[in-house]
Write a protein that binds this ligand. Sequence first.
Ligand code: ARG
Length: 584
Amino acid sequence: MQKLIEKLTEKTAAAFAAAGYDDTYAAVTLSNRPDLCEFQCNGAMPAAKQYHCAPIAIAQAVAEKLALDPAFASVEAVMPGFLNMTVAPQFLSEYLSEMAKDEHFGIANDPAPRTIVVDYGGPNVAKPLHIGHLRSAIIGESVKRLYRYFGNTVIGDIHLGDWGLQMGLIIAEVRERQPNLPYFDEAFTGEYPAEPPFTISELEEIYPTASAKSKEDEAFAAKAREATKRLQEHARGEYALWKHIMAVSIADLKKNYAKLNVTFDAWLGESDAQPYIQPMLDIIADKGLAHESDGALVVDVQEESDTKELPPCILKKSDGATLYATTDLATILQRERDFHPGKILYFTDKRQNLHFEQVFRVARKAALLSPEAELQHIGFGTMNGKDGKPFKTRAGGVMRLETLIAEITDFVRGKITENQQVADAEVDETARLIALAALKYGDLSNQATKDYVFDMDRFAAFEGNTGPYLLYTIVRIKSILARAEDAPADTILPPQSKDEKTLGLTISRFGEELYSAYTASAPNVICAYLYDLAGAVNKFYHETKILAEPDAEKRKGYLALIALAKRVMETGIDLLGFSAPDKM
Ligand code: ARG
């Protein structure tokens, strides 16, 4: 289905041509003076330059032709040459009815769908999820859903930090504590225990302890390096113990991401990239791209057109150790071989901008993936506290994600208990849904690159530009539909009031707004649209007697309109990664 402004542009193009002018000037946009008109076309101004005449003359000639088209209620030429348009109620009703008939609202899929790897989450195994992991999960999940909505094959990959010294530290510390475990017995040839020798809470304590110890105790640090080396050589005991660390940690990560409505299709990690490191290095060597610098193996990535300095990308340190960039390059090769993606999208803190710029350049030079495949990094800003500094606990520490979710859920639970709209049995689930909306919308409504301030009172408010306000609007519609005695009309009727028309026009924008969000990988565009839509719904609700309307046909028409608004809003928030309760 064509976007509404595309339909209007087509009609306007025909009018330009009929009036004897080039039809490429016909682009119609939303009005930036909604008090005067609904749509506008400013093409007469540039056209006047080509035809050496007054723009108003062109606008008038086009307006005369357009007046013949029943799609428009009015078309006015105004000085110096604007075309101000409003659409006919009947035209809008037909458009909305067609939208309502289709499950996908008539929104066309991307004509060239691709396989897209979305690399987000990126937690490190055996370390608890904290505030720093929030944004990647929230933004990545939303963009993943958006890509899928437009018909792409999307693989959400968590890309676990599950390899390297961090694992050796844990193994060495477990060994200090439980030296008699069979994993450390070289002579042991039997089957290792199926049960892990630690719980998740023990694991979460083991890592920081080991990390701190390694900084003070050189002997321990050496043991950790040795354990890392043995793990990387797949020594039987270390590898078996690593499998336990992975299983315990992944079970916990799954639980925590589920609380955020975040799910991954692939649970791959840095360890899965290891077999691709040598093949990747070979490709780079074959192409003669790498050279030695102070004993390290590096690839130059600076280009002549660069305005800033870009340091070389280090593939191997002088001691032979590989780095973050090495793993990311190997991962690109792994993804190319396993998925042959048309695009890989990464979501991390923007402090990693340089890292990805270097990695992408090396990947391009070495042609690790096909030249038409896109590599894109979305670097986001920080979630700050009210003091403008990165968000901390009251004690000044890094807050766990679990704690943050629990705090905002408690806060919301308090509010809904006070409001007394929700049955006791539903309170917990309702609080969970509202808290998630508050947290996610608070994040997603900002442009990703910007920092934002976490403000629980503001995020969880039921009014204003918030997630809960969107839910509240959906709940309001649900409640009207539940109380209605008649079924909604099958089609959307021509609007009769200004608020009804505004609501219809706002709904009609859904496809184009989603499409802009999609092309820019920008969920904040969806947020801004949904906020507008909720405003139009509430204005309509306040100005219209919906259930008390005596004319049955009109009443059913109203119900059909708000039911469509509800579907659009529910689809929108699903793309943001949250959903609405029945009551709140
Ligand atoms: N584990 C990394 C970190 O904590 C994030 C991984 C992001 N993805 C990637 N392919 N580098 O910073």
